[in-house]
Design a protein around this ligand. Structure first.
Ligand SMILES: Nc1nc2c(ncn2[C@@H]2O[C@H](COP(=O)(O)OP(=O)(O)OP(=O)(O)O)[C@@H](O)[C@H]2O)c(=O)[nH]1
Ligand SMILES: [Mg+2]
Length: 607
């Protein structure tokens, strides 16, 4: 005889026996419950003063008998992981309520989370006979956003709902909606912010805003964003279990395909959450990695992103295999190459080693080219700054070129260099770099170390800030922190407050003064002449004397003012077009003439 699940402790042998006998009962496939079964459940329930329930399959056979306490019933594990997003579980729960209450929150949660065909509660009357029946089934996506429909019947005899056809029709609807969504193609995400000790509400909210930007950049449709403040992170789920339940319910309602956490999840948290929700789970780092994977253009960039992804993935490749398939494909599972993530740990490790070697080899090339460039003795001006600060736009404005600039995070991945000519025939190399971001994943910093180390050659760093962004203080701090991590904090740099066209004129000069910065607008070109003369001063007047000092240049007076044209200040000169990716043999040997252009291709584009 099969086991009776749940709260069986303290039941009399006769009661247990009656419960076990329930397994012999059958219902026809269409009916929610038969009057006989309802009477039996009500009787045992009244006698034990506990809720009693059965899980019926689609043939109408009893799959499990469960007993709870007077107010609730805990279902046994009915198997985790959905058969498919458009499928229901193929089980309906029929149980008793002792206090005449309608369906509870727990009932609805079970219905939704377990994707049951149906949940029914039979009121048990004082006399132990079955009374009203409340039942609910899930609903397809609807404009009201309702997840389920509640119905009731005065007695078991009045139940007219066809449970089997109802479930099949629903599955059809789900499948149709799913197919329609698939043609839409975009991932649909719920974002989850997290704050607590060491991260107050304001900071957590700002960070969540940034996560929205990241998601947008990654091409994810953000359905909603929710924030949890909690003193200590839950070791298992990061957020509280109740909150997670809410999120899963919402995700079902909104047909989300992915949940993105604004935190770095430990491998075990990611696994537990994925198991509890059957959804794809991403954290902030993975989202950033995905953006990089989508954007990497150069061979070097692709290798570096792949390396970072694999390093992130490696500790997560434990346990159930399907954690892998859940990671593979779509957002977060995209590799820049044709690498499939369905490879085992050993192959991942081998791949990591191989990638590291190749990146190192490319690094040696780069080193050689840099030496050549340094031999030419041109000063190097490198633009750094938070992502989306306007670095590429500034480079374009200064050199009249057309580097991709757009209102997305990490528009630039590969460093680009241009020649910039100052008056008196002075020339510099000006380079644009990948944008920084708060909590830049360490694997990514490491992977891009090779690219970023070029910053070590810079004579001056132009730290570009979006002066119109309310988060600029944190952004400046984040950039400084990353520069420190790269050992570049000793470099002299000039703060450039960009986008001042968005500020009221009277605050521009004050802000520039306070931060001892140059105020510019890369778009209207205001302040560019002033910026250039400060660069000139730092490079040639003060420059080369106190290398390694952070120079506090005289406070600027520019910032306000009409658009200034640069035509007579700087004659921009784009570099020669890039030749096809050079083979190792194409690196000129000693004495050989270098490439007929000012800059080695490695700087224009990492190759
Ligand atoms: N209003 C205004 N918008 C600007 C200015 N400079 C840049 N932008 C806009 O800011 C957005 C980002 O510019 P980018 O030049 O791509 O920024 P970036 O720093 O290179 O960004 P990443 O490469 O993504 O790190 C674009 O939509 C630009 O048009 C400016 O001076 N004023
Ligand atoms: Mg850029």
């Amino acid at each position: 005889m099969q086991e009776v699940h749940g709260n069986t402790l303290g039941l009399k042998p006769s009661q247990l026996h009656a419960l076990r006998r329930t397994y012999r009962r059958r219902v026809d496939a269409q009916s929610i419950v038969t009057p006989e079964l309802a009477r039996h459940l009500a009787e045992v329930s009244r006698e034990t003063n506990r809720q009693v329930g059965v899980l019926l399959d689609r043939k109408g056979d009893v799959q499990a008998v469960v007993v709870g306490d007077a107010r609730k019933l805990d279902l046994p594990d009915v198997g985790r992981g959905r058969a498919g997003e458009s499928r229901l579980r193929g089980l309906r729960l029929v149980h008793t309520h002792l206090n005449g209450e309608p369906l509870t929150r727990d009932d609805h949660t079970d219905l939704a989370l377990l994707r049951l065909d149906l949940v029914a509660a039979i009121e048990v009357r004082e006399d132990g006979l079955p009374g009203r029946v409340h039942y609910a089934h899930l609903l397809p996506e609807n404009p009201q956003g309702a997840m389920w429909k509640d119905e009731e019947a005065p007695t078991v005899h009045d139940l007219a709902y066809d449970a089997l056809s109802g479930a099949l029709a629903l599955e059809d609807e789900f499948a149709r909606a799913r197919a329609a969504r698939r043609t839409g193609g975009r991932e649909r995400a719920i974002l989850v912010g997290f704050g607590g000790k060491g991260r107050g509400r304001a900071e957590a909210e700002a960070s969540l805003e940034e996560l929205k930007e990241l998601a947008r950049t990654a091409g994810v449709e953000v359905l909603e964003a929710t924030l949890q403040l909690r003193r200590d992170p839950d070791p298992r789920y990061l957020i509280g279990k109740g909150k997670l339940e809410d999120i899963v319910l919402r995700s079902m309602q909104r047909m989300a395909t992915v949940i993105v956490f604004d935190a770095e999840l430990s491998p075990s948290q990611a696994r537990h959450i994925a198991e509890a929700t059957s959804l794809k789970i991403l954290d902030r780092t993975q989202l950033i990695l995905d953006i990089f994977a989508q954007r990497a253009q150069s061979a070097d960039g692709k290798l570096q992103v792949e390396l970072a992804q694999l390093k992130y993935l490696y500790p997560r490749l434990v346990g159930r295999d399907d954690s892998l398939s859940r990671l593979a494909g779509g957002i977060g599972g995209r590799g820049p190459g044709e690498t499939k993530l369905e490879i085992d740990r050993r192959r991942v490790r081998d791949r990591i080693t191989a990638l590291e070697r190749r990146i190192e080899a490319l690094g040696a090339d780069r080193h050689l080219r840099r030496k050549q460039r340094n031999a030419r003795g041109l000063p190097v001006l490198s633009i750094v700054g938070y992502t989306n600060a306007g670095k590429s736009t500034l480079l374009n404005a200064l050199t009249d070129s057309a580097v991709l600039a757009e209102d997305k995070l990490f528009a630039t991945l590969d460093p680009t260099s241009r020649r910039l000519r100052f008056p008196r025939d002075r020339e510099v190399i000006i380079t644009d770099t990948v944008g920084f971001i708060r909590d830049l994943p360490p694997d990514l910093v490491n992977a891009f170390r090779a690219t970023l180390e070029e910053l070590g050659d810079a004579d001056l760093l132009l730290h570009v800030v979006d002066a119109s962004d309310p988060r600029q203080d944190e952004q400046i701090a984040a950039v400084e922190e990353i520069l420190r991590g790269l050992g570049l904090d000793g470099k002299r740099r000039l703060l450039v407050l960009n986008k001042v066209d968005r500020l009221p004129p009277e605050t521009r000069a004050a802000l520039a003064q306070r931060r001892d910065a140059a105020a510019v607008s890369a778009v209207t070109r205001a302040g560019l002449a002033g910026l250039l003369s400060r660069c000139e001063q730092l490079l040639w007047t003060d420059g080369r004397v106190a290398l390694g000092d952070v120079i506090a240049a005289p406070a600027g007076e520019e910032g306000a003012g009409a658009a200034e044209h640069l035509a007579d200040v700087a004659a921009p000169e784009p570099l020669a077009p890039e030749p096809p990716a050079p083979a190792a043999a194409s690196v000129p040997g000693p004495g050989e003439p270098g490439p007929p252009r000012l800059l080695p291709s490695s700087l224009r584009r990492v190759s």
